[in-house]
Design a protein around this ligand. Structure first.
Ligand code: ADP
Length: 482
């Protein structure tokens, strides 16, 4: 089976969040099932620099008015097709915006171009390559199914995965004539969305199947509270919607071999974690005394509930807890957490920024991770935490609901508990959960049981890859028999 994946980021080359992890890990997980994935990505300078050698395999004379080259490269087991359009991708700043964080004004063009080329490849534009299915990720690739529908690739099935419905790719209607779509595509059953052009909306209308990254989130986005305006469109595609929880790359995230740790360990040598705790305390200027060490590895945003965490930091410290924060995000939330760390020297430490190696040490050295998200399509940090014996304290939402078993009496006595869940996302409810954490932490037997049970949870891609394969197979079979 040949799958063309389309994504705007991919680990280990370019990453801003969980999408990159999924795009980077899924091809490896699908391989044993006989699925060959080629992944189409934009040729950002950072990505091209990391790839080094590439082969030009074809050119496109006109992609939304630009000449484009398609480069092929292999990197750590990934087979990449890199879309090289210097006018769109060769620039300073991040993947989606400039160094001030403002979105690039031509993002509509940058990601329409990516999707346009995906549809061309689906139509067999590259000599000797005919994908059986296109798997598009998030709004940046969501126009691929739209171009496929209105072009030569309408017989090729497509899957659109929603990693976060809050990001929809909504643009001014004035861009429509430049997209190269027939005029009737500007309609409510395609890309038109309240007199704007909605990329995710168009993709949801056109893709053969829609997935999201956990069963609970698939239910939630049908509701007004979580659907962010697209709940009606999704409800109209209910029979084509499913939720498949993300896995993690268990080779990259393995405490037994992870090169970023002060000391490697496994479930049978948990004592060795203390060297990582000590290293983490040094890095964050924290006292390495008794009492649980909590951590945060996250975008510091309202979605992630980081304002709620800021409200309970004083209480967490008053109970003898410590907190190490790694992240960046909305300035007012960064400030609130920075104030908390200034108020509590030795008890609360903060590193503002993005630091992949440090994120590994955080999972290996902390006792618990706090994830108070208001919504969470899947969440990866709780999965890394399980694997590293760092107990997750999570909001009861989306993928957090599906992947953590709350340490209630029944779950504790039957030894299946892996973490702590709370709802609603309020300071009162989080602080109640923290009190439960302190009580459990005070009993080493209970705590070790929580850690080891989490470390034995299956957080790999095995089950989820099998689900994607059966979805792909069904869609391909349906198309061939229709
Ligand atoms: P989202 O994609 O919504 O940001 P996820 O939990 O799905 O959230 O994925 C976040 C990913 O980004 C994880 O791999 C996490 O470890 C990583 N991450 C988040 N913030 C940082 C940071 N400041 N430094 C390093 N890694 C980070």
């Amino acid at each position: 089976m040949k799958v063309l994946a389309v994504t705007s980021e991919i680990y280990p080359l370019v990453k801003t969040g969980g999408l990159a992890d999924v795009a980077g890990a899924l091809p490896h997980a699908l391989k044993p099932h006989g699925v060959e994935t080629r992944t189409l990505v934009p040729g950002y300078p950072a990505l091209l620099a990391k790839l080094g050698h590439t082969n030009k395999v074809m050119t496109f004379p006109d992609v939304l008015g630009e000449r484009a080259a398609l480069l092929e490269a292999h990197h750590e087991g990934l087979h990449l097709l890199v879309l090289d359009i210097p006018a769109l991708y060769q620039r300073e700043g991040g993947l989606y915006g400039d160094s001030t964080g403002a979105d690039f004004a031509d993002n509509w063009r940058r990601f329409a171009a990516l999707s346009f080329v995906a549809a061309e490849l689906a139509a067999g534009a590259l000599d000797g390559y005919q994908p059986d299915l296109v798997h598009a990720h998030d709004w940046q690739a969501a126009m691929a199914p739209v171009y496929m529908c209105f072009g030569r690739a309408h017989a090729v099935p497509s899957v659109l995965t929603i990693h976060n419905i809050a990001f929809q790719g909504m643009f001014h209607p004035g861009i429509f004539p430049y997209l190269g779509l027939p005029s009737f595509a500007f309609a409510v059953d395609s890309v038109e969305y309240y007199n704007h052009v909605g990329y995710l909306k168009g993709g949801l209308q056109s893709a053969t199947a829609i997935t999201t990254v956990s069963p609970s989130y698939a239910q939630e986005i049908l509701q007004h509270e979580f659907g962010m305006g697209l709940e009606g469109v999704i409800a109209s595609r209910l029979s084509d919607l499913s939720g498949i929880v993300n896995g993690i790359d268990t080779d990259v995230w393995d405490p037994d071999t992870d090169p970023h740790l002060a000391k490697n360990y496994s479930a049978s040598s948990l004592r060795r974690r203390s060297a990582n705790r000590a290293a983490l305390c040094r890095r964050f200027d924290l006292d390495n005394d008794t009492g649980p060490l909590f951590c945060v590895v996250s975008r510091l945003t309202g979605q992630k509930g980081m304002d709620v965490l800021a409200d309970v930091v004083d209480e967490l410290v008053s109970h003898g807890g410590k907190l190490a924060i790694l992240g960046s995000g909305e300035p007012w939330i960064e400030r609130a957490l920075k104030d908390a760390s200034d108020r509590h020297p030795g008890r609360v430490g903060m590193v503002i920024g993005y630091d992949e190696p440090l994120s590994h040490l955080m999972q290996a050295g902390s006792d618990a991770i706090v994830i108070p998200s208001r919504f969470e399509p899947c969440g990866l940090t709780q999965l890394y935490a399980l694997r590293y014996g760092c107990v997750p304290v999570v909001a009861r939402t989306g993928g957090l609901t599906d992947t953590i078993i709350d340490a209630n009496e029944a779950a504790l006595s039957s030894r299946v508990a892996t973490g702590f869940k709370f709802s609603p996302v309020t300071p009162a409810s989080l602080s109640l959960a923290l009190r439960r954490v302190f009580a459990a932490y005070a009993d080493p037997q209970i705590w070790t049981r929580l850690q080891t049970r989490g470390m034995k949870s299956d957080v790999s891609w095995d089950m989820s890859a099998a689900r994607y394969v059966s979805l792909y197979s069904r869609l391909i079979k349906d198309r061939t028999s229709s």
